[in-house]
Write a protein that binds this ligand. Structure first.
Ligand SMILES: Cc1cc2nc3c(=O)[nH]c(=O)nc-3n(C[C@H](O)[C@H](O)[C@H](O)COP(=O)(O)OP(=O)(O)OC[C@H]3O[C@@H](n4cnc5c(N)ncnc54)[C@H](O)[C@@H]3O)c2cc1C
Length: 299
């Protein structure tokens, strides 16, 4: 069989524990995880859950699986959702994924609530046996980066935590501003610290339930280097946050500044307008991604 960059893996839930009131850490096992790999802290994967009637997912591990998947009506096929590899130990056949527990209103969050060790799922993830460019991640800061701005909500916290851990373990550390919106103060997790990291947790708390409001406020207050401000107004395609995918990827033009922003789509869209239209940041410095949409199912 010729190898593909991503393939379908069979896996089972090995263990589950609550990291915080709204975040569960699920560890998956399975012999095939020996062939999984990851290239970046925001490496994305697709998880396939059992259908509503409990039938386990049965996605064929072949190149045209997505065509087959799309040909089945949404009600009849296994729900698919996007997650982040929090950590992978292929040798130990262990994949860790952190799930936001937002209730039983979605198949992924519901499965994470009720799943028990031994329950099976399928995963589309990077294939260690493929020797070309795998892709599937967006954290690609320029070498020798001077200044990093990281804005995330809890769905992008697994990636943001991995990014901060990667920087902490490296030599040259950019001056970093990180703003992380979480449901409550109890959802703050331990992250590495270093001189030059300014990390602000933004709990929504009891009074302000507007998803993303604090990310938007933080974006307005972030310190942006003057050299990237005042770009000639660049084209900004309008985004329909309920239907379109918001996925802007930075291009490397210099190492002055890099923004990695991910979370609720309407919030990221507002930050995108603020940064590109109002502050006139050269958008080639910005990676901005809508990870989910409040009130909508965006499978
Ligand atoms: C590249 C990428 C990486 C991601 N990584 C992670 C990750 O590592 N961990 C993680 O938890 N999520 C992650 N997400 C977000 C995750 O895919 C969505 O939250 C997804 O909608 C969850 O599916 P669901 O079946 O639980 O809910 P859905 O069926 O998709 O939605 C049902 C309802 O729940 C609401 N909803 C969905 N997510 C949330 C939420 N977080 N809080 C409150 N309400 C919500 C929807 O608006 C909708 O009304 C990632 C998304 C992307 C694009």
């Amino acid at each position: 069989m010729s190898e593909r960059p991503y393939r379908i893996f069979e896996a089972f839930l090995a263990s589950k524990r609550m990291l915080t009131p709204h975040m569960a850490r699920l560890t998956f096992g399975g012999e095939q995880i020996a062939d999984m790999t990851t290239r970046a802290p925001d490496q994305r994967i697709k998880l396939f859950f059992p259908k509503a009637d409990g039938t386990p997912p049965a996605i064929p591990n072949r190149a045209d699986w997505y065509e087959i998947y799309k040909s089945i009506s949404p009600a009849e096929r296994a729900p698919m959702r996007t997650y982040t590899i929090r950590s992978l130990d292929a040798g130990a056949r262990e994949l860790v994924v952190d799930f936001v527990m937002h209730g039983d209103n979605g198949p992924a969050s519901r499965w994470a609530m009720y799943a028990e060790p031994g329950d099976r799922i399928q995963i589309s993830a990077p294939n260690r046996r493929f020797d070309g460019v795998i892709g599937g991640f967006d954290w690609e800061p320029p070498a020798g980066l001077s200044q990093l701005l990281l804005i995330a909500d809890e769905t992008a916290l697994p990636a943001a935590a991995g990014i901060l851990e990667e920087i902490a373990g490296g030599n040259a550390k950019p001056a970093t501003q990180a703003f992380i919106e979480v449901p409550s103060e109890a959802d703050v997790i331990d992250l590495p610290q270093w001189d030059g990291l300014s990390l602000a947790w933004l709990p929504r708390g009891k009074d302000d339930h507007a998803y993303g409001a604090q990310m938007i406020a933080a974006a307005g207050a972030a310190v942006i280097p003057a050299s990237v401000l005042g770009a000639d107004t660049m084209e900004l395609e309008a985004i329909d946050v309920d239907h379109d995918t918001l996925w802007d990827r930075a291009e490397t033009i210099d190492n002055a500044f890099y923004g990695w922003i991910a979370g609720e789509t309407a919030a990221v869209s507002r930050i995108r307008t603020l940064f590109i239209k109002e502050k006139r940041i050269d958008r080639r410095h910005l990676t901005m991604m809508g990870y989910w949409r409040h009130g909508k199912v965006r499978a």
